[in-house]
Design a protein. Structure first.
Length: 401
């Protein structure tokens, strides 16, 4: 039977303490200050505040764990020394693989730990609660960490590729359609318009003139099901995956639709403006709209570029929203069709690659999450597997250096 151990007996735990506010700065003086998930990135923090009077620090390679508020339990990896504010703690095992095992084990047992967090509105994990929390601690824990970390590394590599592809597309869009450094711009003439000076031959049009906008309408709730009957429904962020729609509910009485490749955008509530790409045919519920263009890659980038000005038009202080007329009438710059088509030809393959890498990550996460409880519980016995954890440990140390 796998023994269990308290976290304090197998890990170094450092609870954060906020420095004095007078020590904060944005000029990079002192240590980067980490207070919670606001500074969390995909894997590593991205801090904008620094402190010259740090009270508690983590080390590179530590697991950063949120201990306060609605994001209690969210995690990131420390890629360098950070000053720890009161919203986080750091957790470090005896070795790199031990720390990785702790991360996977806490992921598997997170709901059990959160039950112990006090406060209905603002859950709070105290030092004693974290230190006394018990987890399985088998002899083969480093082998478990090696197996699961292989999935994490593949996911991280794919995520970096996605970020590079998206950045490349964004750079091209801004150069051509914001900075007006499009092919042949050297010979372009500029004229006055309601949006300032624009290249001659470009037009100011409404959004519904450059894209088809379909406002969603929800079917009767009695037609909903979660077993795949009918058409999948997208009604808001519950059906939003990392970058694409995901199937959660279905309806047998769909009213309005989006298709694969369409942009799906939230139009109601605090998530207004949040968007993903559709990975297939969906019924559009009242909380979203679908945006489709003949040159979809251009339309996608046009929408994200216009998002700040569109958000400024949302009505309602508690529940911001967009109406169909608000979106349709929004004024945008419309370049010549030939230039838009050239952009689409260049960017569409990158978007297809993003879809492929995102799909791979979805499958990798599903497999990892299926293995996780089976490995930690001992249901899958890997003690006899020939895994050189010493070599893997060295590779992890080199990667974090």
């Amino acid at each position: 039977m796998t023994k269990t151990m308290s976290l304090e007996s197998i890990a170094t735990i450092t609870m954060g303490t906020s420095p004095k506010g007078t020590s904060y700065n944005e000029q990079g003086q002192g240590l980067p200050l980490l207070n919670g998930p606001t500074e969390f990135g995909h894997s590593h923090p991205d801090c904008t505040l620094f402190t010259t009077e740090s009270k508690k620090q983590c080390e590179r390679g530590d697991l950063i764990f949120c201990v306060r508020g609605s994001t209690t339990g969210r995690m990131n990896w420390a890629d360098k020394v950070y000053s720890l504010g009161r919203g986080v703690c750091s957790i470090r095992g005896a070795t790199e693989l031990d720390t990785r095992y702790l991360k996977h084990c806490l992921t598997d047992r997170l709901s059990e730990l959160l039950v112990r967090a006090g406060g209905a509105t603002m859950p709070n994990l105290t030092q004693d609660t974290i230190r006394s929390f018990k987890i399985p601690f088998p002899e083969c824990r480093r082998k478990i960490a090696s197996i699961l970390s292989a999935y994490d590394d593949l996911i991280e590599n794919n995520t970096r590729r996605i970020a590079i592809l998206e950045e490349m597309a964004q750079v091209v869009y801004r150069e051509w359609f914001v900075n007006f450094k499009f092919p042949g711009h050297e010979n372009a003439k500029f004229v006055e318009s309601e949006l300032g000076k624009i290249p001659e031959g470009w037009e100011i049009r409404t959004l519904d003139e450059v894209a088809d906008i379909t406002m969603g309408t929800s079917p009767k709730s009695s037609t909903y099901n979660d077993h795949g009957e009918g058409t999948p429904l997208v009604n808001g962020p519950v059906e939003f995956g990392d970058k694409f729609t995901q199937r959660v509910k279905w309806t047998t009485d769909p009213k309005r639709f989006c298709d694969a490749g369409d942009l799906v955008v939230c139009v109601r509530g605090s998530t207004t403006g949040k968007y993903v790409k559709s990975d297939g045919v969906y019924c559009l519920g009242r909380g979203v709209c679908g945006i489709r263009g003949k040159h979809q890659s251009f339309v996608d980038h046009l929408f994200t570029d216009q998002l700040p000005s569109l958000l400024a038009k949302t009505g309602g202080s508690t529940f911001p929203s967009w109406t169909g007329p608000q979106l349709n009438s929004h004024r945008v710059l419309s370049p010549p069709t030939a230039l838009v088509a050239r952009f689409d030809d260049m960017i569409a393959p990158k978007q297809r690659a993003v879809f492929a890498f995102t799909r791979k990550n979805t499958n990798l996460r599903a497999t990892r999450d299926l293995l996780l409880p089976k490995l930690i519980s001992g249901q899958l016995n890997i003690e006899k597997l020939d895994i050189d954890t010493g070599v893997i440990e060295e590779e992890l140390l080199e990667a974090s250096a």
